[in-house]
Design a protein around this ligand. Structure first.
Ligand code: PLP
Length: 420
């Protein structure tokens, strides 16, 4: 019963500091969000104590009757959200959801086709240092030089040439809506499975502002902690019973042991929240706010790849100001605006430097920022970047301090976790 504060003051201190950081900084990392107190309560619950290898109703341990309720609720709710027949809610992460699909549909050495990491794909889509790149023959498509959007003609060309067993649509920095119908037509031409990795857009789909790819794909994987606003974790969804069976065996006993029942409980809470009408309002605001932020940055002289965004995410091209991504990330961080440096398509800078930053609106929208606030955030970003261009990376302190004060004022107007 001893409180964390007295039992482990060192760790408690770190958590309080992280809480302060989240309260007082503007979170623009596109893959992050701010979960509800209810989600955290479920995740911090006694369900963390329970071993429950297996699936509801067929576990390898006794005493699973209550964790079964949590997992069944999570499954039922996510199936409703995505209009699908089968769900596995046990993946510990988005990466493990993807691994389970590979284990189910591919043999080592098999070919799959996915988006290049440098163009907006994800590490688990066959990047060289990832297991998916080491154990399989990953072929990569990119974006068109003129639109910087997915090069569907190249997808088709590569599919016809390499005859992949699996094609993956989706990634971590794709601001435009993906043409899933086109992807499925290409997959059907070569007899490949089509998987959509909707980690970034899952919440947008659940909120009805992004088309649900379910009817076009064989399998959909996702994280649960980005736009979907749940605890950290993954899911696998399908409408094919035979595939669902394979994915279940691939998660357990294929690559995981006991599921994180406290996280699954928190997933159930988040999926319940996503079924409410307010969630659709929230997702509409996420997209509106992203457009307002992009417009403000463009007005300030920065470029947005693909010319704008249809989603929650955008890639800012800093080259018009002669500033590098790593410098911008650091300087903005000192001004309490958190984002990540990101290569832009055809970037000539090293991935540790980059010419861009990736920005997203999910977290800021959760705390209540609207279009006016995001337009102001855009101006603050331009202020910092202009300061970098004028003063250099080492001497932008005065600008950073001035912006930090304005950031604090904004955060104070939209407090989060004020009862913690
Ligand atoms: N897939 C995509 C498209 C992602 O953006 C991410 C996370 O960044 C993942 C998979 C992996 O998720 P996780 O970090 O939970 O392993």
């Amino acid at each position: 019963t001893e409180k964390l504060e007295t039992r482990d003051p060192e760790l408690f201190g770190a958590i309080r500091k992280e809480l302060g950081r989240q309260r007082d900084e503007i979170e623009l990392i596109a893959s992050e969000n701010i979960v509800s107190a209810a989600v955290m309560e479920a995740q911090g619950s006694v369900m963390t104590n329970k071993y429950a290898e297996g699936y509801p109703g067929r576990r390898y341990y006794g005493g699973c009757q209550y964790v079964d309720i949590a997992e069944e609720l999570a499954i039922e709710r996510i199936c409703k959200l995505f209009d699908c027949g089968y769900a596995n809610v046990q993946p510990n992460s988005g990466s493990q959801a993807n691994q389970a699909v590979f284990l189910s549909l591919l043999q080592p050495g098999d070919t799959f086709l996915a988006m290049d990491l440098a163009a907006g794909g994800h590490l688990t889509h066959g990047a060289a240092p990832n297991m998916s790149g080491k154990w399989f023959n990953a072929v990569h498509y990119g974006v068109r030089e003129d639109t910087l959007d997915i090069d569907y003609d190249q997808v088709e060309e590569l599919a016809l040439k390499h005859k992949p067993k699996l094609i993956i649509a989706g990634g971590s920095a794709i601001p435009r809506i993906i043409d899933m119908k086109r992807f499925r037509a290409i997959a059907d031409k070569v007899g490949a499975y089509l998987m959509a990795d909707m980690a970034h857009f899952a919440g947008l789909i659940a909120g009805g502002v992004y088309p649900n790819p379910m009817e076009h794909v064989h399998v959909l994987t996702s994280t649960t902690h980005k736009t979907l606003r749940g605890p950290r974790g993954g899911i696998i969804l399908t409408n094919h019973e035979d595939l669902a069976r394979k994915f279940n065996s691939a998660i357990f006993p294929g690559i995981q042991g006991g599921p994180l029942m406290h996280v699954i409980a928190a997933k159930a809470v988040a999926f319940g929240e996503a079924l409410r009408p307010e969630f659709a309002d929230y997702q509409q605001a996420v997209v509106r706010n992203a457009k307002a932020l992009a417009a403000s940055l463009i007005e300030g002289g920065l470029a947005i790849t693909t010319g704008g965004t249809d989603t929650h995410v955008m890639l800012v091209d800093l080259r018009p100001k002669g500033v590098k991504g790593n410098e911008a990330e650091k300087s903005l961080g000192r001004a309490h605006i958190t984002c990540n440096k990101n290569g832009i398509p055809f970037d000539t800078e090293k991935f540790t430097v980059t010419s861009g930053i990736r920005l997203g609106t999910p977290a800021g929208t959760t705390r209540g920022f609207g279009e006016a606030e995001f337009a102001e955030i855009g101006r603050l970003i331009v202020e910092v970047v202009d300061g970098l261009a004028a003063n250099g990376a080492e001497s932008n302190g005065a600008v950073e301090d001035a912006v930090k004060a304005k950031v604090q004022a904004l955060c104070d107007r939209f407090p989060i976790y004020d009862r913690l």
